[in-house]
Write a protein that binds this ligand. Structure first.
Ligand SMILES: [Zn+2]
Length: 380
């Protein structure tokens, strides 16, 4: 099946309008969803399965084509990357044909002395930004192709004045700002700065009602990354921790960071945070924080983790339908990807055919039989 051709999928149910349709026919016309089923080049029997929009992972880290292949294999057709450096990697990662579309934050803002600056190979342009240099820093990211601007909020980390300036500058360029915030103080700083999206959850002390109401009032979105929250709040074996502690700079940053927190990081605080955000009505998107396996002490593999994230969101209290929307139509809406995320005429034909119905049992999102990316069936 090549571009410009017409495929008709018969005998299929479709996830749309917050539910599952009766058996119907879906037309793929070129790279879009069509409506005219006449004279198809190919007809496929959907065997009573369920067609859902291609999944959108709202927090990934991709470094090579193999990562994109794994994501696609698991039905993820669009990825929102949350830090890509050096900047030359952006056009390189976007150059692979037939791979999920990549939106990226590009080079993120952190600060020398932060935990991230010690454990990640962050480039110098991430680490030494003064408030008066922010306008030029944001302009550079825009030129490099950043689709949104990322701040790694933490204590130690960028100060409030710098964060405020980044948000103001990014908004002048019509760019949204995503803040990494995995504990209470930085989460509040991110909200104070006026960011648009907060990724992760406060693990040392749960997000409270006041914060959730503030988010709702300012249209701030949550990408909780429960997969990652589960990993970072588990007790690590000493064999994983010891090498980190042997580095004095890292140890100093971790101790300083812990001292600024409200207590032990627990997954219970993540779940309590989700419950508070959910009941306040803050939009919640599915993102995993998947990254290179083997190079991290955290196990969040590309693609497979997306299905784990959906299951964790259901376990945290969202309905199956809400979780499916959190991985399709909602990220499309909040990240300005209006051409996708729903199965409607004229939208991009990014589609996943499931054998079972995920509105009944969320694990069914794993029962993938076929995937289409922009109307082209992916060989799995
Ligand atoms: Zn991340």
């Amino acid at each position: 099946m090549s571009r410009g051709q017409k495929t008709v999928i018969e005998n299929v149910r479709v996830f749309k309008n917050s539910g599952i349709t009766d058996l119907t026919t879906v037309v793929i016309d070129g790279d879009l969803i069509g409506s005219d089923a006449s004279n198809p080049d190919q007809t496929i029997d959907g065997a009573g399965g369920v067609l859902i929009p291609g999944l959108i992972d709202s927090h990934v880290h991709v470094l090579k084509e193999a990562h994109l292949q794994k994501l696609l294999h698991h039905g993820v057709t669009t990825v929102l990357d949350m830090a890509m450096y050096p900047a030359e990697r952006i056009p390189q990662m976007r150059s692979y044909p037939g791979m999920p579309e990549i939106k990226t934050a590009g080079v993120p803002l952190s600060k020398a002395g932060s935990v991230h600056s010690c454990v990640l190979p962050l480039p110098p342009e991430s680490l030494h930004v003064k408030p008066e240099e922010v306008a030029e820093w944001v302009r550079k990211r825009v030129v490099e192709g950043s689709d949104y601007i990322k701040i790694i909020a933490d204590v130690p980390g960028p100060d409030q004045k710098t964060m405020n300036a980044v948000v103001a500058e990014a908004h002048k360029h019509q760019k949204k700002v995503v803040a990494h915030a995995a504990s209470y103080a930085p989460f509040n700083m991110a909200l104070e700065a006026g960011v648009d999206i907060v990724t992760h959850l406060s693990l040392d002390k749960a997000v409270d009602t006041g914060m959730a109401e503030r988010m709702l009032a300012k249209n701030v979105i949550s990408v909780p990354t429960l997969c990652m929250m589960k990993e970072t709040s588990k007790d690590l074996p000493m064999s994983d921790v010891a090498p980190m502690l042997l580095k004095p700079k890292t140890l100093h940053a971790i101790v300083k960071n812990k001292r600024n927190g409200h207590g032990k990081h627990t997954y219970a605080n993540a779940e309590a945070s989700i419950a508070t955000l959910y009941h306040a009505g803050v939009p919640i998107l599915a993102g995993t924080d998947c990254h290179e396996e083997g190079k991290s002490i955290f196990d969040v593999p590309h693609g497979e983790s997306m299905h784990r994230e959906l299951e964790l969101l259901v376990a945290a209290g969202l309905s199956n339908v809400e979780v499916l929307e959190a991985a399709t139509s909602l990220p499309a809406k909040y990240f300005g990807l209006e051409d996708r995320g729903v199965i409607e005429e004229g939208k991009r034909a990014d589609l996943v055919l499931l054998k079972e119905d995920p509105t009944r049992e969320i694990k069914a999102s794993r029962s993938i039989s076929r995937v289409w990316l922009g109307g082209v069936e992916v060989s799995r």
